[in-house]
Write a protein that binds this ligand. Structure first.
Ligand code: DC
Length: 230
């Protein structure tokens, strides 16, 4: 398992900024990065492609166990290929996120993805972003952060992100969809979104990404991890 490999686990709701912050930290530390939501989105995408029954745990678990996926970087941007095809943009759609959230409570799917996620913990270390990184996947993480922000700010951030990617969305519809998704992620029985008992809760409502990274940098120094900020 991943016990000896240092892991920083960052969990939080949609739009909390965990993706941006986790990527910045991984870059700063020169560690690996796991976007665990992408795995749930990949299963969702496969389910859509196969027109699979979203109520059938076995079918979904099978799709999860047979993901032919490759994560890479091209010109500083992440690229995700599924069965040899670039699906980066498809994965980011709200539809995919919403279906991912619907299949995420299925224990057979989570069990398959659990092992895949732990496989990302390789030297020199891993920054992992998701909903249950601290509570389930990497309970021995050296630093556990629960990143949050007001619902209004999170919806606005997500809106800006999608707009930047050229995806047309309506802010009010997006806010509703985010609220539904967070409700599902928080209220499910298995691995719900919640801070681990030993997590540091960080509210980024009033902070920009640089300020959040600076705060975490301070915690890393407290832990004796010397990292340069640039
Ligand atoms: O972080 P994201 O929006 O890409 O995640 C999409 C969905 O996947 C999210 O709504 C719930 C699910 N998910 C999860 O259950 N556990 C994780 N560790 C990551 C994502």
């Amino acid at each position: 398992m991943s016990n000896e490999i240092p892991v920083i686990a960052i969990d939080g709701p949609t739009g909390s900024g965990k993706g941006t912050i986790s990527r910045a930290l991984a870059k700063m530390l020169d560690w690996h990065f796991l976007d665990s939501g992408a795995l749930y989105r990949l299963v969702a995408l496969r389910a859509m492609q196969e027109d699979a029954d979203l109520e059938d745990p076995r079918v979904l678990a099978k799709l999860a166990s047979r993901l032919d996926v490759e994560f890479s970087t091209a010109r500083e941007a992440e690229v995700v290929c599924l069965n040899g095809k670039d699906v980066t943009a498809l994965l980011r759609t709200e539809k995919c996120g919403s279906i991912a959230s619907k299949i995420a409570p299925i224990s057979m799917v989570r069990a398959v993805l659990l092992e895949q996620q732990r496989g990302f913990a390789i030297p020199p270390g891993l920054v992992a972003d998701g909903r249950d990184m601290s509570t389930v996947v990497f309970p021995a993480a050296i630093l556990k952060i629960f990143l949050t922000a007001s619902a209004e700010v999170r919806a606005k951030r997500r809106y800006n992100q999608l707009k930047e990617k050229g995806i047309d969305v309506n802010l009010r519809d997006l806010s509703r969809e985010i609220a539904r998704r967070d409700g599902r992620d928080t209220n499910r029985q298995i691995a719900p979104l919640k801070p681990a008992g030993d997590a540091r809760v960080l509210d980024s409502t009033q902070l920009n990404p640089e300020e959040v990274v600076e705060k975490i940098h301070g915690w890393l120094e407290e832990l004796g991890l010397r990292v340069g900020m640039n």
